[in-house]
Every structure is written in structure tokens, then in C-alpha cells.
Design a protein around this ligand. Structure first.
Ligand code: FES
Length: 112
């Protein structure tokens, strides 16, 4: 189906998961990860206020630019300089990111 995209998520154990997400439900990548039962802490629920949905983008998809609040939050969490570091809740699920490849970052670990 056209309105379902695939995202590849490598978890904190190094296991790679292929997940599907609909583009027509206003979801963000953090919600798509959660909806596929992969662990992501995401304390603030997607408000760009916690950095516990931090992921490292591995593919070269063109993503929406970081907002000031995303940049501030990544900076505060000392992960802004990490290449590919983003807040997954700030990336909308859209056709443009079909095939996105990312790794969960340590901050997203719900066990911590
Ligand atoms: S869920 Fe808190 S910043 Fe993304």
C-alpha cells in the first residue's frame, strides 16, 4: 500500500527491526517505534522536552530541519554533536522517509 512506509530500527542490543508505519495518521517516528512494540522511553510524550526519544539517523534521507527546541534539547542532553542525532518525536512519518534507517540512542533506554 502506498500510505505505509518502512523504517529500519536497530535497537540497543544491535538487533535490526523492520517496522511499518502509516503516513496518513499524523504519527511521528517515536510513535511509530512505540506502536511496533520497540522500547523507547519518550518521557515527555513527543513535546521535544526530554531527549529520551533520541535516535541516530543512519541513512541519508532528507529530514525536516530541526526546530530550535529540538536543537536546544539535544544540546542540553549533550548529544547535539553526535552525527545523525535527532529527536524521533520531531520527525513526521511521511512518504519522504520511506526506508529510513536509524539506531536507538542510549538516552531512549526505558530501563534507565
Ligand atoms: S518524546 Fe520527549 S523529546 Fe521526544
Amino acid at each position: 500500500m502506498d500510505d505505509i512506509i518502512t523504517i529500519y530500527v536497530t535497537d540497543l542490543h544491535g538487533d535490526r527491526h523492520e517496522i511499518q508505519a502509516p503516513t496518513d495518521m499524523g504519527l511521528n517516528v517515536m510513535e511509530a517505534i512505540k506502536a511496533n512494540n520497540l522500547p523507547v522511553k519518550a518521557t515527555c510524550g513527543g513535546m521535544a522536552m526530554c531527549a529520551t526519544c533520541n535516535v541516530i539517523i543512519k541513512s541519508d534521507h532528507e529530514l525536516p530541519e530541526m526546530s530550535e527546541s529540538e536543537e536546544d534539547m539535544l544540546d542540553e542532553a549533550f548529544v547535539l554533536e553526535v552525527e545523525g542525532s535527532r529527536l524521533s518525536c520531531q520527525i513526521p512519518v511521511s512518504a519522504e522517509i520511506d526506508g529510513l534507517e536509524l539506531s536507538m540512542a542510549p538516552l531512549s533506554n526505558p530501563e534507565d
